[in-house]
Design a protein around this ligand. Structure first.
Ligand SMILES: Nc1nc2c(c(=O)[nH]1)N[C@H]1C(S)=C(S)[C@@H](COP(=O)(O)OP(=O)(O)OC[C@H]3O[C@@H](n4cnc5c(=O)[nH]c(N)nc54)[C@H](O)[C@@H]3O)O[C@H]1N2
Ligand SMILES: Nc1nc2c(c(=O)[nH]1)N[C@H]1C(S)=C(S)[C@@H](COP(=O)(O)OP(=O)(O)OC[C@H]3O[C@@H](n4cnc5c(=O)[nH]c(N)nc54)[C@H](O)[C@@H]3O)O[C@H]1N2
Ligand code: SF4
Ligand SMILES: [Mo]
Length: 723
C-alpha cells in the first residue's frame, strides 16, 4: 500500500490547526504538514505540530498498563490493572469513605474527546468533593469573572481579532503560545493582518516578548499590578465622560464608585506606567472605531487575577465594544450552547483545610497538598490523575511530590512515566493520537471565528482500549461497578446511552434515537450535540456529524455575531458590571495601593517549542532557545554580581539555575519557564538529559487569588544571588 494522506486536527495547543499527515502501510506517521484547505488554519503549522509524528513514535511512551513493582513498574494486562484498581479503591473507601478519594485533571483533557465527554462519568463515580484541575493554575479567574458578569462561566468573550482596530493585550504572548482562551490558528498571521489594515496592537508585559516586538506599543508593567492599571483606565473613562455602554447593564454606578480612588496618578508607582500613558490608553480605547482588551495567563495566575479579568470585560463594555464586531464577542460553538438555567455561583462549598471556595464544582489545586498532608476525616488517601503533571505544574511542587509518595493508592492515565505518574500504583496509557477521534468541544467555544471540524480515528485500535473506554472503565472500577469490557466497550456504550437518552428527553425528542448516526456511541453523541447546536439539523440549520464527515478540512461558520442577551444567564438578565463578590475583593486591591512592591519578583514564560511539562522528550524540540534559564536584566545581574548560575530563593523553596542576561526583561523582575525539572525517575530519556529545574519549587501554594483560589505564578517575591 502506498503512503496515504490523512487529515486530523492538531491536539497540541488551543490553536486547533488542521494537519495533513502522511502514513505508511505500517501506520507510521511519515510527514506532517499544515492543512492548506482548512478554512480556519489555512495551512499554518508550528514546530510542535510538526513534531506530531515524532511524539507518536517516541520509544519512551507507555503503551501497556503498568503496575507498581518495588521501585519500578511491571507490564500488566488491562484486566489485571482494572482489577487491582477496583480492589484497592474498595479498600480505601471502606476504611475512609469516598471523601478520601480525589482526582486531578490536567490540561490535555481540554484537547481530547475522552476529556470532554467521559470525565463527568469518572467525577460522578468518585463521589468526592476532591476535584482538582489545571484550571485553577490557569484560566479559572476568567471563567469566574465571566460567570459572575454573564451568568455562565463558559460564556467568555474573545477579541474579534480579525476585525478589531485596536487590540490591548495583557499577559499573553501568542507568538510563542499560539493563543489561549482565544482560539485563533496562525495568531502571528492574524496580528500581521491587524497591522496591515492599519490597526494597532498594544502589549502590556514585564518582558519585551516576541509579541511585544511586533506591537505598535509595548508597556512594561510591574508583575501582578494589571488590576491597578485597568482600574485606572475605568476611572479615566468615567472621569472624562468617555463611557458609551451599548448593552443592557446593571451596576454602572457601583463600578464608577469602586474605581473612584484608582486614579492614574494613584496607581502609577504600583504599575510603573505613568498617568499620562494611562489616560491616553483610555481615550484610544474609547475613541477607536472598534477596540478589544484581551488578557491571559500572566494576568490570571496573579494575586488579583479575577479582578483583572472582570475589569477587562468591564472596559470592553464601557467602551461600547462588548458583543460588537471588532470588539469582544462570544463564539457560537457548533456542538455547544448554554445549558445552564440558573445563574452561576461559586463558593457553594469550601475546601476542608483552608476553606478555599469551590468554583465550577472543583477546588483549587493550590490546596491539593494541604488536603493530602493534613490528617483528619476527608484527608486524601487515593488519587486519580488524568493527563496531568501537578508535581511540575502546581504551586509548591516539591511538597506535592512528597505528598504523592505517601498516598495509599494512586492511578494515572498518561502517556508517560513523569514526575507525577512515577508515584502511581497503576499507569493506564491512552492509545496513539492517530487512533483517537478529535473534536474541540471546549476550544471552539472561544474561537475568533465560528468553525467546526471533526477527525475520526485514522488508525484502528488493535485491541487497545480508546482513552474514552479507559476513563469509563476506570469510573466503573473506582466505584465498584462491573469494569470488564476490554474490546467490548460495554461500560462506554452504556454510559453514552444514558447521556443520549437524557439529552433527547430534555429536548422532547426521545423518539428520534434511531436517527443519530455514527460509527459508535461516541460519534452518535457528537451527532446529537451538533444537531441540537446553533447550526444544527434539529435546530433550523443543517449541521450534523454527516456534514462534518463530508467536510474533513472543517467548515467555516462565519464571523462572530452578536449574541446578547440570548447567552446571558444572570438573575437580572443584564450584564453585571459590579458583581458583589468582586466588589468585595476590591478592598484587598485598595489596601495594596499604599504598599511598596517587593524589590525582586519572579514571573513565568512560555517557549515556542515547549508544551508545559510534556514535550521535552522530543529531541528536535529541546535545546537552543528552549532551555530552562532564569532571565535577568543586565543591570540586575551586574548589581547582584551574578555569574553563570544564580540561587533563587522564595518563601516556598530555593533553586540553582543558569542565568540568561537579557534587556528584554524589566529590572526587578526575573523569569523562569515552568514544566522543567525532569527528575532521574522519569523514563523520558531526552527530557532527563535536558532536565532543567522545577519553577514551582519557588511558587507558594499559600498565596492565591482570593476569589477563585487560583495559584499565583506571577509576581512571586524572590531573592537572587550568585551560586
Ligand atoms: N509556574 C507556573 N506553573 C504553571 C503555569 C505557569 O505559567 N507557571 N501554567 C499553568 C497552566 S496554564 C497549565 S494548563 C498547567 C498544566 O498543568 P498539567 O496539566 O498538570 O501539566 P502538563 O504538563 O500539561 O501535563 C500533561 C500530561 O498529560 C499527558 N498527556 C498528553 N497527552 C495526553 C493524552 O492524550 N491523554 C492522556 N491521558 N495524557 C496525555 C502528558 O504526558 C503529561 O504528563 O500548568 C500550570 N503551571
Ligand atoms: N509553545 C507553547 N505554547 C503553549 C503552551 C506552552 O507551554 N508552550 N502552553 C499552553 C497553555 S496551557 C496556555 S494556558 C497558554 C498560555 O498562553 P499565554 O497566555 O499567551 O502564555 P505565555 O506565553 O506564558 O504569556 C504570558 C505572558 O505574561 C507575561 N506576564 C507575566 N506576569 C505578568 C503580569 O503580572 N502582568 C502582565 N501584563 N504580564 C505578565 C509573561 O512575561 C508572558 O509574556 O499557552 C498554551 N500554548
Ligand atoms: S499552533 Fe498549536 S494547534 Fe497549531 S500546529 Fe502548533 S501546536 Fe498544533
Ligand atoms: Mo494552561
Amino acid at each position: 500500500m502506498a503512503p496515504r494522506s490523512l487529515l486530523r486536527t492538531c491536539p497540541l495547543c488551543e490553536a486547533v490547526c488542521g494537519l495533513t499527515l502522511t502514513l505508511d502501510d505500517t501506520d507510521r506517521v511519515l510527514s506532517v504538514r499544515g492543512d492548506r484547505d482548512d478554512p480556519f488554519s489555512k495551512g499554518f503549522l508550528c514546530p510542535k505540530g510538526a513534531s506530531f509524528g515524532k511524539l507518536d513514535e517516541d520509544p519512551d511512551l507507555v503503551t501497556t498498563p503498568l503496575i507498581r513493582d518495588g521501585d519500578g513498574f511491571a507490564e500488566a494486562s488491562w484486566d489485571e490493572a482494572f482489577d487491582l484498581i477496583a480492589a484497592r479503591f474498595a479498600e480505601v473507601v471502606a476504611a475512609h469513605g469516598s471523601g478520601s478519594t480525589a482526582v486531578y485533571l490536567g490540561n490535555p483533557n481540554a484537547h481530547t474527546v475522552a476529556g470532554a465527554l467521559y470525565l463527568p462519568a469518572l467525577i460522578r463515580a468518585l463521589s468526592t468533593r476532591h476535584i482538582y484541575t489545571a484550571s485553577t493554575a490557569d484560566q479559572m479567574p476568567k471563567q469566574v469573572a465571566a460567570g459572575l458578569m454573564f451568568g455562565d462561566p463558559l460564556t467568555v468573550p474573545v477579541p474579534d481579532l480579525d476585525r478589531t482596530d485596536l487590540l490591548l493585550m495583557l499577559g499573553a504572548n501568542p507568538l510563542e503560545s499560539n493563543g489561549s482562551l482565544c482560539t485563533a490558528p496562525d495568531f502571528p498571521g492574524r496580528l500581521k493582518a491587524l497591522a496591515a489594515r492599519g490597526g494597532k496592537l498594544v502589549v502590556v508585559d514585564p518582558r519585551a516578548t516576541r509579541t511585544a516586538a511586533t506591537a505598535d506599543e509595548h508597556l512594561f508593567i510591574r508583575p501582578g499590578t494589571d488590576a491597578y492599571l485597568l482600574f485606572a483606565v475605568v476611572h479615566t473613562l468615567f472621569a472624562e465622560d468617555l463611557v458609551d455602554v451599548r448593552v443592557d447593564v446593571a451596576g454602572l454606578d457601583e463600578l464608577r464608585a469602586a474605581a473612584q480612588e484608582f486614579t492614574p496618578e494613584a496607581v502609577a508607582a504600583r504599575t510603573g506606567i505613568d498617568a499620562g500613558t494611562v489616560r491616553r490608553l483610555a481615550r484610544e480605547l474609547a475613541t477607536s472605531p472598534t477596540a478589544a482588551v484581551y488578557a491571559r495567563i500572566g494576568t490570571c495566575t496573579a494575586e488579583f487575577g479575577t479582578l483583572t479579568q472582570w475589569l477587562v470585560d468591564a472596559i470592553n463594555t464601557l467602551t461600547g465594544n462588548l458583543d460588537s464586531p471588532g470588539g469582544a464577542m462570544f463564539a457560537a460553538a457548533a456542538a455547544g450552547g448554554v445549558a445552564r438555567s440558573k445563574p452561576f455561583r461559586t463558593g457553594r462549598w469550601t475546601s476542608r483545610v483552608r476553606e478555599l471556595p469551590e468554583a465550577m464544582g472543583e477546588l483549587p489545586v493550590a490546596t491539593l497538598a494541604d488536603e493530602i498532608d493534613t490528617p483528619g476525616p476527608g484527608q486524601i488517601r487515593a488519587l486519580v490523575t488524568v493527563a496531568g503533571n501537578p508535581v511540575l505544574s502546581a504551586p509548591s511542587g516539591a511538597r506535592l511530590d512528597r505528598g504523592l509518595a505517601g498516598l495509599d493508592f494512586m492511578v494515572s492515565v498518561d502517556r508517560y512515566v513523569n514526575e507525577t505518574t512515577r508515584h502511581a500504583d497503576v499507569i493506564l496509557p491512552p492509545p496513539r493520537s492517530v487512533q483517537s477521534p478529535h473534536y474541540d468541544f471546549a476550544l471552539l467555544q472561544f474561537a475568533v471565528r465560528n468553525y467546526a471540524r471533526y477527525s475520526p480515528p485514522l488508525v484502528p485500535l488493535d485491541g487497545r482500549p480508546s482513552e474514552s473506554e479507559v476513563v469509563v472503565r476506570l469510573a466503573a472500577a473506582v466505584s465498584g461497578q462491573p469494569h470488564a469490557g476490554t474490546g467490548t466497550a460495554a461500560p462506554l456504550a452504556m454510559f453514552d446511552e444514558l447521556v443520549i437518552a437524557a439529552t433527547l428527553h430534555k429536548a422532547g425528542l426521545s423518539d428520534r434515537r434511531d436517527e443519530l448516526t455514527g460509527a459508535d456511541t461516541t460519534e452518535q453523541r457528537l451527532d446529537l450535540m451538533l444537531k441540537l447546536g446553533p447550526y444544527g439539523a434539529w435546530n433550523g440549520g443543517e449541521l450534523s456529524l454527516r456534514t462534518l464527515l463530508e467536510h474533513p478540512h472543517g467548515i467555516d461558520l462565519g464571523p462572530l455575531r452578536p449574541r446578547l442577551p440570548d447567552v446571558l444567564r444572570t438573575a437580572s438578565g443584564r450584564v453585571e458590571l459590579a458583581p458583589p463578590q468582586l466588589l468585595a475583593d476590591v478592598a484587598r486591591l485598595r489596601a495594596g495601593l499604599g504598599t511598596s512592591a517587593p524589590p525582586m519578583v519572579l514571573i513565568g514564560r512560555r517557549q515556542l517549542r515547549s508544551n508545559n511539562s510534556w514535550m521535552h522528550n522530543i529531541a528536535g524540540l529541546v535545546g537552543g532557545s528552549n532551555r530552562c534559564t532564569l532571565q535577568v536584566h543586565p543591570d540586575d545581574a551586574h548589581r547582584l554580581g551574578l555569574g553563570e548560575q544564580a540561587e533563587v530563593t522564595s518563601a516556598a523553596g530555593a533553586l540553582t539555575v543558569p542565568v540568561e542576561q537579557t534587556a528584554t526583561i524589566m529590572p526587578g523582575v526575573v523569569s523562569l519557564p515552568h514544566g522543567w525539572g525532569h527528575g532521574a525517575s522519569t523514563t523520558q530519556s531526552v527530557a532527563r538529559a535536558n532536565a532543567g529545574v522545577n519553577a514551582n519549587v519557588l511558587t507558594d501554594d499559600s498565596v492565591v487569588d482570593a476569589v477563585t483560589g487560583t495559584a499565583v505564578f506571577n509576581g512571586v517575591p524572590v531573592t537572587v544571588k550568585p551560586a
